[in-house]
Design a protein around this ligand. Structure first.
Ligand code: IMP
Ligand code: MG
Length: 178
């Protein structure tokens, strides 16, 4: 385990189990639909790579990049689109793929934005959720796991751009950011 982690919250086999459950639900629900996965960079990069390879349908994949927290561990609530999708969205059933829902501000904004682009439907798939920190209401249609209010890193999740490459999800020691 990385020395900056307090403990491992989800190990590789547990993550795999979550990904398989989600991909199986998605594969059942989107049969016959025109599914576009939209991954939110950079946090969901690892998750969406595993998820898309387990979906047994013809799908398309695109990415958006929205403003992040920088060196802080709390959201400003002020969302900016840094990179938009390049797919023409009309007629697509869009599934936003996110690493973690915290305040919910990012997803509320992005969902409304994608709904305004002539999409057939817009739903949300997130690996993790911290319900105790919610400010904006968002329905998470496909959720891997709820977690308590701790700052986690690994499997794509960062603190100050570090730790994304850890293959597990660990709780970051508070001494690293306080
Ligand atoms: P929200 O708008 O507050 O829901 O922000 C969600 C985003 O904050 C996620 O996509 C992550 O990039 C980041 N985030 C929230 N909690 C954590 C965490 O525990 N570790 C790493 N990133 C986090
Ligand atoms: Mg993110």
């Amino acid at each position: 385990m990385h020395k900056d982690c307090e403990y491992i919250l989800l190990d590789e086999s547990k993550i795999k189990e979550l990904v398989l459950r989600l991909s199986s639900d998605i594969s059942n629900d989107y049969k016959g639909k025109k599914l576009l996965l939209v991954g939110l960079l950079k946090g969901s990069a690892v998750f969406i790579s595993d998820l898309m390879r387990e979906i047994s349908l013809d799908i398309q994949v695109d990415f958006m990049c929205v403003s992040s927290y920088g060196r802080s561990t709390v959201s400003s609530g002020d969302v900016k689109i840094i990179k938009d999708v390049t797919t023409s969205l009309k007629g697509f059933d869009v599934l936003i793929v996110e690493d973690i829902v915290d305040s919910g501000n990012t997803l509320k904004y992005i969902k409304e934005y994608l709904q305004s682009k002539g999409t057939e439907s817009v739903k949300i798939c997130s690996l993790l959720s911290k319900p105790s920190r919610r400010e904006a209401h968002v329905d998470i249609d496909y959720l891997g796991s709820e977690i308590s209010d701790e700052f986690v890193v690994g499997y794509g999740l960062d603190f100050d751009e570090r730790y994304r490459n850890l293959p597990y999800i660990g709780v970051l020691k508070t001494s690293v950011y306080s």
